[in-house]
Design a protein around this ligand. Structure first.
Ligand SMILES: [Zn+2]
Length: 309
């Protein structure tokens, strides 16, 4: 089916206490693995393209891959920009056709983040596309595990989350609740009370980044407390790369990229299916499409009130 936007999908997940998996695609094989896994689980899915992926192959190239695979798929698929770092990147993704956007102004001062996010929300909405933004900061653990003090420093407060949403009109909110990006082991427990407190004050779906490092039981608790979109990237990268290492170690003469590519694709698919089950989005494809068809958030009617003769 054609690509859909993420607005109704995430609202339905929020109202029904499950989460939609958002998985980062970094090449053709991972995009295929994500969408095939969603089809096998009959689940809605978000394929997301990061700034790094755009630097690697271009937003137009990735969009063409995701769009083509989505059209052939039996489940609803969203093509989402993950961590657009500046105004221009978000606009380029919008022009390329992305059906969901993120602007990450979390390293900017609060008012600056509000200003740019609000501007992008208006532009995105005029094009019928929702926008995610971030308040607090999900830190990066690429250089090794972070101390509890470092994680605490960036946590989202319920008050700033509420103020940010009211001032920007953003469609979904990424919150810092204890996870970190690029963690290679699942060892984090999230601040569940903080999630529940933010949920009480904020009307839009909440997003968890850096879920690869979060323990499964904590992910389940986070969904119960009010998280509706959960991002996974590192675990997919890890599965893909380890599968290729294994395959080439076992068959050092292998040179056909399709042979080890297909092997690694299967392994990524397995991880995505496990995550979809964990988030309780298995079997939700039809009901989510029914909901979306009844609630068209961005359907625009021409405003003729301003026309003067
Ligand atoms: Zn992230």
């Amino acid at each position: 089916m054609p690509l859909i936007d993420s607005k109704g999908m995430l609202i339905y997940a929020m109202e029904n206490k499950f989460a939609v998996g958002a998985f980062n695609a970094n090449n053709l094989e991972t995009a295929q693995a994500i969408i095939e896994a969603a089809e096998e689980e009959n689940a809605p899915v978000i394929v997301q393209i990061s700034q790094g992926a755009i630097d690697y192959a271009g937003e137009d190239c990735f969009f063409a891959i995701v769009k083509t695979l989505a059209q052939k798929a039996s489940v609803p698929v969203v093509c989402h920009l993950d961590h657009g770092v500046d105004f221009g990147t978000v606009i380029r993704a919008l022009r390329a056709g992305f059906t969901s956007l993120m602007f990450d102004g979390s390293s900017l001062p609060f008012e600056e983040n509000v200003k740019i996010t609000k501007m992008l929300v208006e532009i995105a909405h005029a094009s019928g596309v929702p926008l995610e933004a971030e308040i607090g900061k999900v830190p990066d653990a690429a250089k090794g595990p972070l101390s509890p003090e470092e994680v605490k420093k960036y946590l989202t407060t319920p008050e700033e989350a509420q103020e940010f949403c009211e001032k920007t009109g953003v469609d979904s909110l990424a919150v810092a609740v204890g996870s970190a990006h690029r963690m290679k082991v699942q060892s984090v427990r999230l601040d569940i009370e903080r999630i529940a407190n933010i949920r009480e004050r904020v009307g839009v779906p909440l997003v968890l980044h850096g879920a690869s490092g979060v323990m499964d039981e904590s992910v389940i608790e986070a969904i119960k407390a009010g998280i509706s979109k959960i991002n996974f990237a590192t675990e997919l990268n890890k599965a893909f790369t380890n599968a290729i290492k294994e395959k080439l170690q076992a068959e050092p003469e292998l040179v056909d990229v399709r042979k080890y590519g297909a092997y690694a694709r299967e392994r990524v698919k397995k991880v995505v299916k496990e995550k979809i089950k964990l988030l309780n989005s298995t079997g939700k494809a039809e009901e989510i499409m029914d909901f979306i068809n009844k609630n068209r958030y961005f359907e625009k009617k021409s405003d003729t009130s301003k026309i003067v003769e």
